[in-house]
Ligand binder design. Sequence first.
Ligand code: DI6
Ligand code: FE
Length: 398
Amino acid sequence: MTTRLWRGGRLATLAGEQGWGLVDDGALLVGGDGLLQWVGPSADAPAADAVVELGGALVTPGLVDCHTHLVYGGNRALEFEQRLHGASYADIARAGGGIKSTVAATRAATEDELLAAATKRALALRAEGVTTLEVKSGYGLDAATEARMLRVARRLAGLGLDVRTSYLAAHALPPEFADADDYIAAVCLWLPELHREGLVDAVDAFCEHIAFSPAQVARVFDAARRLGLPVKLHAEQLSDQGGAQLAAGYQALSCDHLEHLSPTGIRAMAEAGTVAVLLPGAFYALRETQLPPLAALREAGVPIALATDHNPGSSPTLSPLLMMNMACVLFRMTPEEALRGLTVNGARALGLRDRGQLVAGQRADFCVWDGGHPRELAACFGHNPLIERVFKGNRGEA
Ligand code: DI6
Ligand code: FE
């Protein structure tokens, strides 16, 4: 089994619960199994079959984008213009635009068309250091198209990314249903078959006045629980629906958005160990003014993750680095919180404990950046200093 030593880098290991975990002139030993065997100062490094000199470059864990809607047809630039002329996201949704217009375009697209479009987006994320990517369904809203979306998401793994899928059929009410409760029954009915096909890692829903009520979401979560699938929730994005409390009651992996999260919701998330996924791209694009309750989340000890929420409507960004900068400038997160949010806490939001920190035993997914200190990644924007993205995962090579 060959081993490879990467040495002479400035490591931001993120070891432990806080701090950068900096190792100046550090080294990583990667085993043939794709795991980190050893991490520490270059001077103490063990022997290896091959050696790579990092030349003082910055090394961080590979980025985890834990919330995306990467697979879809069409685009929504027209809606962007409509919003600039004063229409709100909710107005557009109620008028049959928004998510529903992407549903029409997605239903009309073949699997290969969806894959070609999603591949370009995944490559853009990969080019900024993403090694693990979550992709949601939710633009099909019928059994066949939801399955097609999830199959396309799985096929993105061929690009050398680790892909996790979430079933988000409870995203909007499709035109062929007049009654939301009837649609929720269908959403619950489709899930077991998709799960049998191995297409679902988690179950998500959109709990909002323009989408589904907590009672409806609970029915979807009950269906997930029957199959042993973990849940996550788009919660309190536009209003406080009490979605976070509901999700925490199901031991949700994460609640996402959370601008309107209440103190009760925060307590419930803290008790359940649910991760708060903040999405500054959607906040920015919708020109929201209500900030997520960052100080209270910190105080309650809720782990905070960060993601692109890439989607054609409210967050058409493909830049995790820009999300780091926006999280700091708009939400007042620290650069360290932002990097933890896109690595170890992003992984936790997907239920993954084997990545996101540069410590022995974790997967050897890491990024090499042109920079001296990890805070530089959050300070700059519109600039990509990635030199190399190493994804070992379970690929079994050194
Ligand atoms: N919240 C979001 O940010 C995405 N879905 C959701 O429930 C946006 C989806 C879209 O506008 O297409
Ligand atoms: Fe989303």
